[in-house]
Every structure is written in C-alpha cells, then in structure tokens.
Design a protein around this ligand. Structure first.
Ligand code: EPZ
Length: 425
C-alpha cells in the first residue's frame, strides 16, 4: 500500500485551487437516477469515492462519460436504461454514501433493494432515518439478510417527516425521492449543509420543485418526471478549510481560490479568534498568522452552519501546537477521535474524556511513522507532519485518496516537502 513521506517545518506559500466537493458530487451523481435524460456535472473532483459511486451507478445500468482532467472534470450520466434496482453489498460496504441510490431508485421504479452499509471507523452510522423518512412517503420497507427491501408499487405519496436529529444523507435521500412523489412533502429539521443546498438547486434545474433551500424546512412539490440538466458542483469547503489550517499551522500564507468564503464562516471566525489574519474575496480567501503563535480556542462540532465535524481532526492538529489549552467536543459522531493517539505519538498533549478532548499546546511536534484510520483523521496527520520537526511517514493513504484531489501536488506546489512512496501490494 502507498505511503506518504513528509519532511516538516517548511512554511507553505502559494495559491491552491479548491476542487468540487466530494460530499456534493456523490448525491448529485445519484440524482441522475431520477431521470431518463442526461445529467451533466462539471467541477466534479477526481476522487476514489467518486469513482466508487460511478461503478455503483454503472452496475444499475447508468452510462457515464468523463471529459477533462483533474481540477476541471465534467461527467455526463444517463439513467435511461436501468437494468437493476439492487445495490449489492460488495459495493455498498466500500462507501456509505451508496445508500443515496435508495431514494431515487425507489421513487422512479417503485422498488429498490440496497445493502445496509454497515458501520465504519467513525461510528455505527445507522440508516434508520432514511428508512423512517421513506416510510413516511408511503414506502413499504423490510430489512432482511442485510438488505433494505423497499417497495412503493403505486408510487410514493407526499408526506411530512420531522427529523429527530439532523442527517445530511437522510435529508438528501428524502429530498430526491419527494421530487417524484405524488403531492407535497415537507421535511422538518432538515440538514442545511451547502452540499444539501447544491443538490436542491440541481434538482430544481432538472424540473424539481424544492423550496426553503438553505433553511431547516424543505417543501417539495412532486412532479411526474425530471429532465436532464447541467450543474456545476459546489466547491469543497472541507478541502478549503483543511488548507486554511495548513497555512497557519506552518506559519505560511496561502491564497485559496474557487471557493466562496461564506461556506467556511464558522471555521474562519474560529481561526481569526485563534490569531489568523484572513482577507476574503468573492471567489476565495488569503490566510496567514496575524502575529506570532496561534492561540488555543474551544471548538464544538455542530450541524451547518456550526463548526463542521469534517474539520474537527484538522483543527485539533492546529490546537496541538497553539499557545495554551483548547477543548474540542465532537457532538455528531461517537468515535471520531482516532487521530488522537497518532497525534500523541508525534508529541501532542491530548486527553480525551468521552466526547471531549483537552489539548495543551506544545512548542513543536516531532515527525514519526503514523497510521491513517479515516479520511479526515488521515489529513490531520498530514497537517501535523507539515508542522513537525523531522520526517513523518503516513501509512494507509488510500483514506486520503477518497477525499482529497491531488493532495501532494497541491501542497508541494506551495513548498511542502511531501512525497508519495509507492507501496508493494
Ligand atoms: C455526511 O455523512 C457526510 N458524508 C460526512 O462526511 C459528514 O461527516 C456528515 O454528513 C455530517 O456532516 C457525505 O456527505 C457523503 P449524517 P452522513 O446522516 O450523511 C446519525 C467525510 O469525511 N444518523 O448527517 O452519513 C449518524 O450516525 C464524511 O466526508 C442516524 O442515527 O451523516 C451521525 O451520528 C464523514 N441515523 C449523525 O446522525 C441515520 O439514518 C449525522 O449523520 C442517519 C444518520
């Protein structure tokens, strides 16, 4: 397996073009199942998870065509000839977001058989809200032999569903299904993440009637069919946030382009409080330290517009080398501190108590061989390695390839000493 070697201590200087968002691209690709006409997605990032979703859709009978290369890819998807309404375990187990084919297939074909995704490194991550929400739209759902068997022989009926907790994926699944349900659907306590809003805009471009976009109450008027559309995938705020943290962690200065800074408000406010100097412009931002060391600040992850859980591991890495103490509390997932022992091996001072971690800043981290466990924990190892003294070797970098397009190239272009070591086997 590949590894990444980083020789740390070099401030990053330069400009990074932010790619399209993985967590927008995945539901947007699934949305092609709602129509027999072509959906064209531009600014789609070249990532392992995007390739996995394409493979899953192709086994349903979707045709995909890609043009352009890294950083400006366009994919044309056509679900005019669906040959299977089953999403098999061997594909779904690779990526939880596969469950996003459930709503569209059920809504368009009246039946769907989707493997239960199973848990993952960051927690159990059930899909009960997806199931309960689709049931509220008239679906008959049975869970057996590890599969979700969903039927709606007379089609889905518009209904009202109140989410007991905010769920990005369940909101996306239900919003897609509701577009083809008969009548009006109201989703209360819906997720408001920018990726959810991006999907809603795409559904409306396909002829859907989604209103309340950006609020926690979505209203969808069902229509008989959706047509093709062209849609540009929104920029990846998590990739942008990761590089913003890298800039101040290495005491450098980065310009991030291709992302609207309002998508990052919670992070930018926190980084400013911690001692960053940030200039924002319409299509990006510039970030560096205001003066001297960064200071520890407390962080609590929350659904959007709160501080994103997908930046928790990264901000913790920054706190390990910031002045003073910081408390990081993870409220979304039950096991999202796997980066803690690895950061401690590099000399960080972190104590975990249930869903909170107390970090006391140290002068410097020391490079070490570390293990990546999930996508965002992996990138927090990269950040730590960039700031540490000496050499860091990160194992299992396939996690990184799931969510960061051309990570080494983007960082090396800004002065990082980072290299991928091709592994055997
Ligand atoms: C999406 O996952 C993202 N993935 C995650 O990003 C992100 O961390 C998460 O939203 C929260 O923002 C994609 O968009 C592909 P949820 P999702 O449903 O939809 C519980 C990354 O690193 N829950 O909002 O799976 C769940 O266990 C990934 O890019 C239920 O209990 O997240 C969690 O505790 C990691 N029942 C909480 O809700 C359900 O039916 C939020 O999950 C669904 C969720």
């Amino acid at each position: 397996m590949d590894k990444i070697r980083i020789r740390g201590g070099r401030p990053l200087h330069g400009r990074i073009q932010i790619s399209g968002a993985k967590n927008a691209g995945l539901p947007l690709m699934a949305a092609c199942l709602l129509s027999d006409q072509t959906l064209t997605l531009s600014n789609l990032p070249a990532l392992a998870d995007i390739a996995t979703m394409a493979t899953l859709l192709e086994q349903h009978g979707v045709t995909t065509e890609v043009e352009g290369e890294n950083g400006s890819r366009t994919m044309r998807l056509n679900a005019g000839n669906i040959t299977s309404t089953t999403a098999p375990y061997d594909l779904v187990r690779k990526m939880r977001a596969s469950v996003l084919v459930l709503g569209p297939i059920l809504a368009r074909f009246g039946e769907a058989r989707v493997s239960l995704p199973g848990g993952c490194a960051i927690g159990n991550r059930p899909v009960d809200l997806h199931v309960k929400g689709l049931t509220a739209l008239g679906a008959e759902i049975v869970l057996e032999e590890g599969y979700i068997h969903a039927k709606a022989p007379k089609g889905l009926k518009g209904g009202r569903y109140v989410f007991p907790q905010v769920s990005v994926g369940a909101t996306e699944n239900l919003m897609m299904a509701a577009c083809l349900a008969e009548g009006e659907t109201t989703l209360v306590n819906a997720a408001r993440e920018p990726e959810v809003n991006d999907l809603a805009h795409c559904l409306n471009a396909m002829g859907g009637k989604v209103s309340g976009i950006g609020t926690d109450t979505l209203t969808i008027q069902g229509v008989a069919a959706l047509h093709g559309a062209e849609h540009r995938v929104v920029a990846d705020r998590i990739e942008a946030g990761t590089y913003a943290i890298a800039a101040v962690m290495t005491d450098g200065e980065l310009e991030l382009t291709g992302v609207c800074p309002t998508l990052l408000e919670a992070l930018l406010k926190l980084l400013t409080e911690a001692g960053a100097k940030i200039d924002t412009f319409e299509d990006g931002l510039r970030i560096r330290r205001a003066n001297g060391m960064m200071a520890g600040v407390d962080v609590m992850t929350e659904p959007y517009p709160g501080f994103p859980t997908d930046l928790q591991a990264q901000i913790m890495a920054l706190m390990t080398v910031s002045k003073g103490a910081a408390m990081v509390t993870e409220t979304i997932f039950e096991n999202r501190f796997m980066h803690v022992p690895e950061l401690c091996r590099m000399g960080a001072n972190i104590n975990v108590h249930h869903s909170s971690a107390m970090i006391r800043g140290v002068e410097k981290l020391k490079g070490a061989p570390v293990m990546a466990t999930d996508l965002r924990a992996s990138v927090s190892m990269v950040l730590a390695g960039l700031a540490a003294e000496g050499e860091t070797i990160i194992n299992r970098v396939y996690h990184l390839d799931r969510g960061y397009e051309r990570l080494e190239a983007k960082l090396a272009a800004c002065g990082a000493d980072i290299e991928r070591l091709r592994g055997e086997g």
